[in-house]
Design a binder for this molecule. Structure first.
Ligand SMILES: [Zn+2]
Length: 622
């Protein structure tokens, strides 16, 4: 199974196939078949420079390239995203696609796509003849008259007919998850065989005629005496379907006349036919066809070449947030498997930057590539309740009371079993990779530290948080967190004492550096935190506000290692003595603890005082 992302899939399919591969293949196939016709025509009396040739050339360029661009742009902007969102609102997220084909080797996918799509086309072609309003569209193709049957008419199709075809073919492709290469091979083979079917070449004898369609066979599809809706030989690539279902006919001679019974009433060229059958209802003015035809060509050119939609962040069934940042072209994983592979690159950026524990960090780039992996769990720990208006897609929410208690001392860590239950409720499993993020504040570091020190659990922090995610142009999801199944993660209580002053004091008395991560006004006592019992700081402490460890007000990533060391040395932290860091409730100091370890201080030399000023200010201490 894979997640529902019709629009995203269409985008990636196009990006992988390359927009110019098909037009180049079309040009080569056209030149080759035209040359064969010139050298060995089946009907030597038929002229190559004939009536409606210019019109058919416009068809070739328009239907072979421009219309595809137009339909693609329309689908990406106005059709597929609303379908994705509507299905997601009804909870249809993971069950729509059976991604069976994606697991087969490419050559198997190509073979199955050829047969499956050709059968779908055979069915659609039958409908085009048997459903009255579809026949009105398909008539355009059957305007091919005597003396006009050559390779280039294989692209004489009404634009609305192509809409019907594309929808009929795209849905099975999306459903079964075929690789873009398999789709491309089907398109190219279909084009070559389509050219040959209409060509002025003497093909279609021998046993092959029961497998492949041929000009000898297809010309009977255009028999005027069959009168359109009762005709035969609906095959595109394979003739087998017609032989199997009794719609095949292959006499030795060609039909007497090509066309259909009332073909004289049809407009004769590209521009007139674009307006058909609308032109039958409105006055049959020539300008209507010209205007519509010219409008389609110009629209396709403008839309297709200048208006292709950028990549949308996958939303996983959640609603996109109202205020989407402008997105650039990002590579999101195409399948959950690809996303899971991207998990292996978590920490690469931190490793390259020289951080001592790259396995505790993840960059925005790395996280985006892994979005959609079933193994990825993201928890939003922002304190400011902004979750519903915009969060990283698929994230769960945990506020401070999820991992801290409010009494007897506000802010103390919860027990391991409580933390385990909180993670399980948010879908964290035993093999999950857990990423924590905030809005640039210290909350994710507090939860990281809590999980590690209390439960021996290894999470990761998104460097720079949600601000960095948005600044990089990634989308946000809106609304409450999506429902997830319970996870089965297990925490291992470490038995670490509560880290109250009673446990901290002995270390503090043996020459450890006391590092206060609060603001200088809280440190000096000119401001008293509302949750503190008194103002001031622990005697002997040094002040290094947590913000000094981040890059700046608009970039809350950790400072580079060298700059961290300079900032820390300025506060007397140079690695020669253990450090005890604290703040009001151990949150801002968690960031300091994290930064000191990332700058290279050994784990056993850095202690975060859990009770912090919240406890200390209530003690009978100097
Ligand atoms: Zn037909």
């Amino acid at each position: 199974m894979r997640r529902l992302r019709l629009g995203q899939d269409a985008l990636e399919m196009r990006a992988l196939a390359g927009p110019w591969v098909y037009p180049i293949a079309l040009a080569i196939a056209s030149a080759a078949v035209a040359l064969a016709e010139a050298l060995a025509p089946a009907r030597p009396q038929q002229r190559q420079w004939r009536r409606h040739l210019a019109s058919d050339f416009v068809y070739l360029v328009f239907n072979g390239h421009l219309l595809g661009l137009l339909l693609y742009a329309l689908a990406m902007r106005w059709v597929l995203p609303p379908i994705d969102d509507a299905l997601a609102r009804h909870g249809v997220i993971d069950v729509v696609y059976r991604n069976v084909a994606a697991e087969w080797p490419l050559w198997v996918q190509i073979g199955v796509a050829l047969v499956l799509l050709d059968f779908a086309q055979w069915l659609i072609h039958n409908l085009l003849h048997r459903v009255p309003w579809l026949w009105e569209l398909h008539k355009t193709h059957h305007t091919v008259a005597d003396g006009e049957m050559d390779w280039i008419v294989s692209f004489r199709f009404h634009w609305l007919e192509l809409v019907v075809y594309r929808i009929g073919l795209y849905l099975p492709l999306a459903f079964f998850g075929f690789a873009p290469a398999a789709v491309l091979v089907h398109a190219v083979v279909g084009t070559v065989v389509g050219h040959l079917n209409h060509s002025n070449l003497a093909l279609g004898r021998g046993a092959w005629r029961y497998i492949f369609n041929s000009p000898r066979m297809h010309i009977w599809h255009h028999d005027a005496a069959a009168n359109g809706r009762t005709t035969v030989n609906f095959g595109i690539i394979f003739s087998t379907w017609d032989w199997l279902f009794g719609t095949a006919l292959l006499p030795d001679h060609p039909p007497v006349r090509l066309g259909f019974s009332d073909d004289a009433a049809m407009p004769g060229d590209f521009f007139g036919q674009q307006a058909w059958p609308l032109s039958r209802l409105v006055a049959p003015h020539a300008w209507l066809g010209s205007a519509l035809g010219a409008g389609l060509i110009v629209g396709a050119w403008l839309f297709g070449h200048h208006g292709s939609a950028p990549a949308r962040t996958p939303m996983f069934g959640e609603t996109a947030a109202q205020s989407q940042p402008a997105e650039d072209h990002y590579r999101y994983a195409r399948t959950p498997d690809a996303a899971t592979i991207a998990l292996a690159h978590f920490g690469d950026d931190a490793r390259a930057a020289g951080f001592a524990h790259p396995d505790e960090l993840v960059s925005v780039r790395e996280l985006a590539a892994a979005l959609g992996s079933p193994s990825l769990c993201i928890i939003d720990v922002r304190a400011n309740r902004g979750f519903d208006t915009g969060h990283i897609p698929s994230a769960q929410r945990m506020e401070r009371d999820g991992y801290s208690v409010s009494s007897p001392i506000a802010g103390l860590s919860r027990r391991a079993d409580e933390l385990e239950a909180a993670l399980r409720r948010r879908g964290v499993g035993s093999s999950s990779v857990l990423v924590l993020y905030g809005d640039g504040g210290p909350e994710p570091y507090r939860l990281f530290w809590t999980l590690r020190v209390v439960g021996g659990y290894h999470a990761r922090v998104l460097d720079g948080g949600l601000d960095a995610w948005k600044r990089a142009g990634h989308g946000l999801a809106a609304g409450p967190p999506r429902a997830v199944a319970f996870g089965d993660v297990t925490l291992t209580p470490t038995g670490t004492p509560a880290l109250l002053w009673a446990q901290i004091a002995p270390t503090a008395r043996t020459g450890a550096v006391l590092l206060d991560a609060r603001s200088d006004r809280e440190f000096s006592g000119s401001v008293q935190h509302p949750e503190a019992a008194r103002a001031g700081h622990i005697p002997g402490a040094r002040n290094l506000e947590w913000l000094a460890l981040l890059r700046g007000a608009d970039d809350s990533r950790l400072k580079p290692v060298a700059e961290l060391r300079v900032a820390l040395a300025g506060a007397g932290v140079d690695g020669s003595a253990p450090v005890i860091t604290y703040c009001q409730t151990g949150t801002r100091s968690s960031l300091a603890w994290f930064a000191m370890r990332q700058a290279g201080m050994p784990d056993d030399q850095v202690i975060n005082y859990n009770g912090s000023w919240s406890e200390y200010s209530r003690l009978d201490q100097p």
